[in-house]
Ligand binder design. Structure first.
Ligand SMILES: Nc1ncnc2c1ncn2[C@@H]1O[C@H](COP(=O)(O)OP(=O)(O)OP(=O)(O)O)[C@@H](O)[C@H]1O
Ligand SMILES: [Mg+2]
Length: 235
């Protein structure tokens, strides 16, 4: 890790984090002593083969899993301590983008984006206005598309809605797991550019785990992950 990364005002600090799973086949060290820092306005990309621990690392940062060793700090707060406000963190501290979009099929695009706002207690009149703006920012400005359910949309449109949903409560941190894994090349490129803009224009901290080497184009720092271990690729 370069000195400049260490000296920057990091929002995300992962220090010596490990996670093992006990399975019938034995103990798997999914994340093995991982450390890196990431700042505001930066894209961090972690590339690795299947089973290397990428999703587990993302879930640790998103507090969907707990590490058994190491520390994870977000904005100088240890997210693993017992009195950390997990509900608030998940609601508005962090936004997730997934490979298969994970939109709610019975809700329209607009409703998928307003739902997290509803859960966070955003006043109703503000929800729709903000969701419409976020969808337009993601290139979904057609009202018919905004009022359509995910089954009527293309993969690229679904991922744009999913990114708008991740931004619903304006989190500092965006976590993306194989965000282009289900998209064609041209659509992957535009979704990658949107994720880059979230960091480089909006100042968010964007962490992407992927097999897709083309995402390295937007990386400010990058790591290879192999058998749970991170190695800098000095992007
Ligand atoms: N909940 C779990 N219980 C048991 N083992 C798990 C669990 N989650 C992950 N693992 C194991 O941890 C290792 C890392 O898995 P992980 O899903 O993090 O890899 P990945 O890099 O995201 O893979 P892929 O590219 O296929 O998504 C694998 O050996 C996996 O089987
Ligand atoms: Mg994975």
């Amino acid at each position: 890790m370069s000195d400049s990364i260490l000296s920057r005002n990091s929002i995300l600090k992962i220090d010596g984090v490990s996670k093992t799973f006990s399975t019938k086949a034995g103990v798997v060290k999914a994340v093995d002593d991982a450390s890196f820092h990431a700042g505001w306005g930066e894209v961090t990309v972690i590339i690795g083969p299947s089973g290397s621990g990428k999703t587990t690392l993302l879930y640790l940062v998103g507090s969907l899993e707990k590490p058994e060793a190491g520390a994870i700090e977000v904005s100088s707060t240890d997210i693993c301590q017992s009195d950390f406000d997990l509900a608030s963190y998940r609601r508005s501290g962090v936004g997730f983008v997934f490979q298969f979009f994970n939109l709610i099929p019975t809700l329209t695009s607009l409703e998928n984006v307003t739902l997290p706002m509803d859960l966070a207690g955003v006043p109703k009149p503000d929800q729709e206005r903000r969701a419409t703006d976020l969808l337009a920012r993601m290139g979904i400005d057609d009202q018919r598309v905004q009022r359509s359910k995910p089954t009527k949309l293309s993969g690229g449109q679904c991922q744009r809605v999913a990114i708008a949903r991740a931004l619903a409560n304006d989190p500092d941190l965006i976590l993306a797991d194989e965000p282009t894994g289900n998209l064609d090349t041209a659509t992957s490129k535009s979704v990658t550019e949107l994720l880059g803009a979230l960091a480089h224009e909006d100042g968010k901290c964007v962490l992407i785990v992927t097999h897709d080497e083309s995402i390295l184009e937007i990386a400010d720092q990058a790591f290879h992950m192999t058998d749970g271990k991170l190695e800098s690729v000095g992007a």
